[in-house]
Design a protein around this ligand. Structure first.
Ligand code: HEM
Length: 446
């Protein structure tokens, strides 16, 4: 189904940039910059949050979408030309935004205009992504592509809120901007993490799971209900929340309604994923699938933790632990596990696709060394869970140690991914049959 589909030239570049930002974020956590060493709303925490949310997760997601949205809708990308300019705008914009946060926190000389500048560049970069992918998915909005459209709409909402904040912090948004800044931060965070990243990850995962496990596509009517619950959760948050800003009350009611819908969406997603696992033809689970299940478990644990904290009246005290588990257990874990497979798959397609049938070629699984990679993933997940526990226990030093262990796991996974891209683990006799060309590390040669 992917054979013959074109390979997105800049997807590897997005992945490489995303991984570089992951290491920036891990270095900040090890050094004790931002939450939990600093307040959750401090400027240092904003640096950390956006290095993770935009640099790592959003760039990885955009790279994956440029490759997989055309597969989801079986149509070529609307335009091949916007991926690279979008990447440059996003990286430069993120650097400006982060420099603005550093200036806000007094770590750089005062230059708050950097915040609106960063916002404008980020809006331009995300704008190119949304238009290109949105127009591609719009042509055939079925199944998983609908999740991507809902995710892109949430990205627009996230960017609009973020830009109003940035202009308000720069002193350029008047009293309206100040009012949005005062109560809109949860709306921005939920639209970004719950809408953009989670809904999109759900949609893409349906396709990847069924493709890599040889399962039939999930039932369209069922996934539609999952999507409606999730999209309503985001819509209630954004629209209800925006109205509540105006009325200066009622935000808690809106957020509670959204939380119930969000829980329903997560439960329905669990049901859909279980159905894909049950109907798969490939009985033996590959490493990326086994690791993805740890990410699903983390999503379940995040939902459980959220409910337990609300019941104990301690949600706002432990918001950081909740967000950490969602970001590093569910989203980052899933992205790392899927990158491992996607890079193998795309590298195989790029290198051996052109000579298939004309020379003996290795299988995709010959590019990976799962036995060696397993321990790095295990270290990563165990340290994420330990990190969440140390946040719950309010032990910042223990958290720094777990962040170091996460880094060991992530470095290990990335070194495996680089070996895959370099075909290091392919038997030398099969590595480069006549006519095959070794892939470049950072982009696809097409
Ligand atoms: C156009 C892009 C973006 C801009 C300009 C932007 C800007 C901002 C600003 C200025 C704040 C601070 C508000 C305050 O002072 O309290 C903020 C908070 C936050 N943003 Fe963004 N943002 C952007 C994209 C994103 C994305 C894509 C995500 C997640 C996927 C995200 C997640 C968050 C979170 C979780 C917070 C709250 C952090 C905390 O209070 O510690 N942002 N954003």
């Amino acid at each position: 189904m992917m054979i013959g589909a074109s390979i997105s030239r800049w997807t590897m570049t997005y992945f490489a940039a995303a991984l570089a930002w992951l290491f920036v974020a891990l270095a900040l956590m090890i050094a004790g910059v931002g939450y939990p060493a600093a307040d959750i709303a401090s400027a240092d925490t904003l640096v950390l949050v956006h290095a993770v949310c935009i640099g790592w997760l959003s760039l990885a997601m955009c790279g994956a979408l440029f490759q997989f949205v055309p597969v989801l809708v079986a149509k070529p990308l609307f335009s091949e030309k916007s991926a690279l300019p979008a990447l440059i705008l996003l990286v430069v914009g993120l650097c400006a935004l982060i420099a603005g946060f550093l200036s806000l926190g007094g770590r750089l000389p005062p230059a708050l205009w950097l915040l609106p500048l960063g916002a404008v560049l980020l809006v331009a970069g995300f704008g190119l992504v949304v238009v290109d992918l949105g127009l591609t998915a719009w042509l055939r909005p079925t199944g998983p592509a609908r999740f991507v459209l809902a995710g892109l709409a949430s990205l627009v909402a996230t960017a609009v809120f973020g830009s109003v904040f940035a202009f308000a912090l720069g002193g350029w948004a008047g009293s309206f901007g100040d009012a949005v800044l005062a109560s809109g931060v949860p709306l921005h965070a939920i639209a970004g993490l719950g809408g953009w990243l989670t809904l999109t990850a759900m949609g893409v995962s349906y396709r990847l799971l069924s493709m890599f496990m040889l399962a039939p596509d999930p039932d369209d009517r069922r996934t539609k209900v999952t999507l409606i619950a999730g999209a309503l959760a985001v819509a209630v948050t954004v629209i209800g929340g925006a109205l509540a800003i105006d009325l200066a009350s009622g935000l808690n009611v809106v957020l509670s309604a959204a939380a119930v819908l969000g829980l329903l969406c997560a439960a329905l997603y669990g049901r859909d994923v279980a159905a894909i696992f049950r109907t798969r033809k490939r009985r033996q689970l590959e490493l990326n699938m086994r690791m993805a299940t740890l990410s699903f478990a983390s999503l379940g644990a995040t939902a459980f933790l959220g409910v337990a904290l609300v019941a104990a009246g301690a949600f706002s005290t432990h918001l950081g632990a909740f967000a950490f588990l969602a970001i590093f257990g569910w989203l980052s874990g899933l992205v790392l596990a899927k990158l491992y497979k996607i890079v193998a798959f795309l590298t195989w397609l790029e290198t051996y696709g052109p000579v298939m049938g004309r020379a003996p070629t290795p299988r995709v699984q010959d590019l990976v060394a799962e036995g060696r990679a397993t321990k790095w993933f295990a270290i990563y997940y165990l340290s994420v869970w330990a990190g969440a526990l140390s946040l719950l226990a309010a032990e910042p030093f223990a958290f720094q140690i777990t962040a170091s262990a996460m880094t060991v796991g992530a470095v290990g996974v990335v070194s495996e991914i680089v070996r895959i891209r370099r075909l290091t683990d392919v038997e030398s006799g099969l590595r480069l049959p006549a006519g095959a060309v070794a892939p470049c590390l950072l982009f696809a040669r097409n």
